[in-house]
Design a protein around this ligand. Structure first.
Ligand code: GDP
Ligand code: MG
Length: 358
């Protein structure tokens, strides 16, 4: 009832924003302080002398991390496949590629070898879920627009995600092999949303591609490198304990929990003690996207890690620490907190319902 005097309509089982809870507390002469799970976790890590924001040590250039987004059926999956395949040397690892949630390709640019990391799970959900967890992994967004279909609602949604993340956009105008394709119309349409093509005097690179017959893929990779060099100066410390994000994870029958992680700082090595969400363990083995065993991974490198005791969630931050004890304690405290939060949620609902009955 007090909520009504504050001008809010709520039901007994509805959750409400933190500010509203704090306001309600004030109104009832209580001090209500809502602590976000992120803040709590920060405090927990601080107890072990870990600060995720810390960015010390010598900074070195790192490759961009690219997410492919766009309207359904415009060719995101096909494009990711095409990029991956142009880069696979025939016969490498028996031609078998692993789906580890991300992969790195190498581009020859101005005489040097440049790496680009692609997040292999297209779509907004993965992107939004990670951002909601504070894991902003994307440096550049490749916006796929089918030239036979033009700009569609999810194209705009994707564009808004990119803007919110502050990530520069490269537009891949796809399906240009189709007779009804109209790539210039896509350029015109996107002008209305602030993406003006370079050839129209703007700053956004548009590249005509056809993912299915794999046409224009090299040009797209070149555009990504050029956009990176023009708009970004990506650096990360290479020394020190690794830190990054779990991209996807599952339980493998033979190998136990396996997690694909993207290293964002430091170097991850076989034998390191790591914690990801409520899971911890020691890195027993690391595989790259071709299924090769590797011993260490530096920033922007995606790897599949074996040796965790449980399966972390996509978007969980992972970090390596100096010893097993630290990672175990962090994981245990997170698990305990999660259980407590679940209990509180159940209990809280009943109390509020009782309270409303009176
Ligand atoms: P997604 O939903 O964005 O991941 O789209 P998909 O990659 O699954 O592609 C949707 C459909 O478009 C599939 O049938 C693809 O074979 C087809 N497709 C994708 N790229 C091209 C292209 O460049 N040319 C043509 N003709 N078809 C394409
Ligand atoms: Mg798809």
């Amino acid at each position: 009832q007090e909520m009504f005097t504050l001008g809010e309509m709520v039901t007994a089982t509805q959750s409400c924003p933190d500010e509203l809870l704090e306001l309600l507390g004030e109104h009832l002469n209580y001090t209500v302080k809502v602590v976000s799970p992120e803040e709590e976790d920060k405090k927990l890590l601080a107890q072990f002398g870990i600060d995720l924001e810390e960015n010390e040590g010598e900074q070195e250039s790192r490759p961009p991390v690219v997410t492919v987004m766009g309207h359904v059926d415009h060719g995101k999956t096909k494009l990711l496949d095409a990029i991956r395949h142009t880069n696979i040397v025939d016969g490498e690892a028996g031609g078998i590629t692993q789906h580890i949630g991300a992969y790195q390709v190498h581009v020859e640019h101005a005489g040097t070898d440049r790496a680009v990391t692609f997040i292999d799970t297209p779509g907004h959900e993965a992107f939004t879920a990670m951002r909601a967890r504070g894991a902003n992994v994307t440096d550049i967004v490749v916006l796929v627009v089918a030239a036979n279909d033009g700009v569609m609602p999810q194209t705009i949604e994707a564009l808004n995600h990119a803007k919110a993340a502050g990530a520069p956009v490269v537009v891949a105008v796809n399906k240009t092999d189709l007779p009804e394709a109209n790539p210039d119309k896509v350029r015109q349409q996107l002008t209305e949303y602030g993406l003006v093509a370079e050839e129209y005097g703007g700053e956004t690179m548009f590249v005509n591609v056809a993912a299915k017959p794999r046409i224009g893929i090299d040009n797209l990779l070149e555009a990504i490198i050029l956009t990176n060099d023009a708009a970004l100066d990506l650096k990360a410390p290479v020394k020190g304990n690794a830190q990054g994000v779990a991209i996807e994870a599952h339980l493998d029958r033979g190998r136990g929990p396996v997690a694909s992680v993207l290293v964002q700082k430091g170097t991850l090595r076989v034998g390191d003690s790591i914690v990801a969400g409520g899971a911890h363990g020691r890195v027993r083995a690391m595989l790259d996207e071709s299924g090769n065993r590797i011993k260490e991974a530096t920033p922007s490198r995606p790897v599949q890690v074996q040796g965790l005791t449980a399966v972390p969630s996509a978007g969980d931050v992972f970090l390596a620490a100096d010893d097993d004890r630290t990672v175990r304690q962090i994981a245990e405290q997170r698990q305990a907190r999660r259980r407590a939060a679940q209990q509180a949620a159940r209990a809280g609902r009943t109390t509020l319902e009782n309270f409303m009955d009176k």
